[in-house]
Design a protein around this ligand. Structure first.
Ligand code: ZN
Length: 130
């Protein structure tokens, strides 16, 4: 939708999805900030973005100065404590799967006679492997 700064009348094209049910914008020309609300008649989506979004507005009209949303979203601290356990788990899973494959191959070789008796088609596999 088109919004204009109430202080200096500079107009901006702001994507509707960025406004949602309402959003604070700051005029890039005069630094005035004000609350932008969707025009009456347009129902805000039930899952509209909160007024404090994580995206910066894109697609503003060329020539118009950019309107920066206010305030900046607080950066969430990342939970780094779980990362080492996850890496270790992946490593253990990798070792376990390599070990399982190795055991399977060793078992195939060690019990080739028994396996050939129990499941004759496997003899073709052994023939291929020599
Ligand atoms: Zn302005």
């Amino acid at each position: 939708m088109r919004v204009s700064c109430p202080a200096c009348d500079t107009t901006y094209d702001v994507p509707d999805r960025l406004i949602g049910a309402g959003r604070r914008l700051r005029c890039a020309r005069c630094d005035h900030d004000w609350m932008v609300r969707p025009p009456p008649g347009t129902e805000p989506a039930p899952q509209a973005e909160p007024a404090v979004g994580t995206e910066s507005p894109t697609g503003l009209a060329a020539g118009a100065a950019e309107a920066a949303p206010l305030p900046a979203p607080p950066s969430r601290p990342k939970r780094a404590s779980r990362a080492p356990a996850g890496v270790l788990g992946l490593w253990l899973a990798w070792v376990a799967s390599v070990g399982a494959v190795g055991l399977a191959v060793a078992g195939l070789w060690l019990f080739r006679v028994e396996l050939s008796l129990a499941w004759p088609p496997i003899q073709r596999l052994y023939a291929l492997l020599g």
